[in-house]
Ligand binder design. Structure first.
Ligand code: PEP
Ligand code: MN
Length: 288
C-alpha cells in the first residue's frame, strides 16, 4: 500500500495513543519472529492447529503447512475454552511438543499465554506470544507482555472497539516491547450465521492509524471452514500483512475448532491462490 494513503487526515472521533500512533514510526514497524519479518511488503502466513493435541498431530500438520508455504506455525497449549468441560490444552507438555517440532521443521511458533504466572515459561518455548481475544482487556497480562523479550500477537477483543484495541496495544508498548502485531479476528454482532463478523474495515483503519503490522484470522472470524479461503483472500485485498489460519491434518477428529480448520489440501490450494493474488495489489507472499 502507498504510504500516502496513511497521510490522508481522517476524523475518527478519538485520539490515537502516542506509542501506537503511526506518527511515532511513520515507516511502519517490522516485527521479527525468529527471522520471519511481519510488516514489510511480504505477506506472512501463520498456520497450524487450534490446539496442540499430540506429537503426531503437530508433526503431520506442521509438515503440511510448511509444504504449503506457511512461515510460522500456530497452536495453543493453554486454551481459553468457553466451557470449563472442554479440552483445556496440554499445558507445558504441549509447549514441549511444539518446540521440538519447531526445531525439526524450522518453523517458528506462536502460542497463547492465558495467565501472568505462565508468561516466563511460555516465553522460554515460544518464538511469538499470543494474547487472545478474551484477554485483550487483561491489563496485568498486557503489561507482562510488554516486559518480555519476545514478539507479541495481540488479538482484538471480540467486543472491543478499534480505540480499545489500540489502547490495549499501548499497554504493551508502554512497557518497552514494541514488537507487537495486531490481529483482527472478528467481532460479535447481531449476525449469528457465522461465529463472528470479520471486521475487515479494521484493517485499513489500523494500518492508517498505527505503525504496527496487522494480520487477520479468518478462522475464528468466520467459524466455518468453507468461508475461510474467500475471507483470507479478502483480508489480503484489504491490506493485511499476514493471516493466521487454523489447519488440522484430520479436522474431523480435532479436539477444538475442527469445523473451521482447513484440510491440508485446502490450505495448499488457498496458498497457491494467494501467491497469484498478492502481486495484483503490489504485495508478495512470503515463502521459505
Ligand atoms: C486462538 O487463536 O487460538 C484463539 C483462541 O483465538 P481468539 O483468542 O481470537 O478467540
Ligand atoms: Mn481455535
Amino acid at each position: 500500500m502507498e504510504l500516502e494513503t496513511y497521510n490522508i487526515p481522517v476524523n475518527i472521533g478519538f485520539s490515537v495513543p502516542v506509542r501506537t500512533n503511526r506518527d511515532s514510526s511513520p515507516d511502519g514497524t517490522i516485527v521479527n519472529v525468529n527471522g520471519v519479518k511481519i510488516g514489510g511488503n511480504e505477506v506472512v502466513i501463520i498456520a497450524g492447529p487450534c490446539a496442540i493435541e499430540n506429537n503426531e498431530q503437530v508433526y503431520e500438520t506442521a509438515k503440511a503447512v510448511k509444504q504449503g508455504g506457511a512461515r510460522i506455525m500456530r497452536g495453543g497449549a493453554f486454551k481459553p475454552r468457553t466451557s470449563p468441560y472442554s479440552f483445556q490444552g496440554l499445558g507445558e507438555e504441549g509447549l514441549k511438543i511444539m518446540r521440538r517440532i519447531s526445531n525439526e521443521t524450522g518453523l517458528p511458533i506462536v502460542t497463547e499465554v492465558l495467565d501472568t504466572r505462565h508468561m516466563e515459561m511460555v516465553a522460554d518455548y515460544a518464538d511469538m506470544i499470543q494474547i487472545g481475544s478474551r484477554n485483550m482487556h487483561n491489563y496485568p497480562l498486557l503489561k507482562e507482555a510488554g516486559l518480555v523479550n519476545k514478539p507479541i500477537l495481540l488479538k482484538r477483543g471480540m467486543m472491543a472497539t478499534i480505540e480499545e484495541f489500540l489502547l490495549a496495544a499501548e499497554y504493551i508498548l508502554n512497557q518497552g516491547n514494541t514488537q507487537v502485531v495486531l490481529c483482527e479476528r472478528g467481532i460479535r454482532t447481531f449476525e449469528t450465521t457465522t461465529r463472528n463478523t470479520l471486521d475487515l474495515n479494521a484493517v485499513p483503519i489500523l494500518k492508517k492509524l498505527t505503525h504496527l503490522p496487522v494480520i487477520v484470522d479468518p478462522s475464528h472470524g468466520t467459524g466455518i471452514r468453507w468461508i475461510v479461503p474467500p475471507m483470507a483472500k479478502a483480508a489480503i485485498a484489504s491490506g493485511a500483512d499476514g493471516l493466521i489460519i487454523e489447519v488440522h491434518y484430520k479436522p474431523d477428529t480435532a479436539l477444538s475448532d475442527g469445523k473451521q480448520s482447513l484440510y491440508p489440501d485446502e490450505f495448499q490450494q488457498l496458498m497457491s491462490e494467494l501467491k497469484k493474488m498478492a502481486p495484483a495489489i503490489g504485495r508478495k507472499l512470503s515463502l521459505p
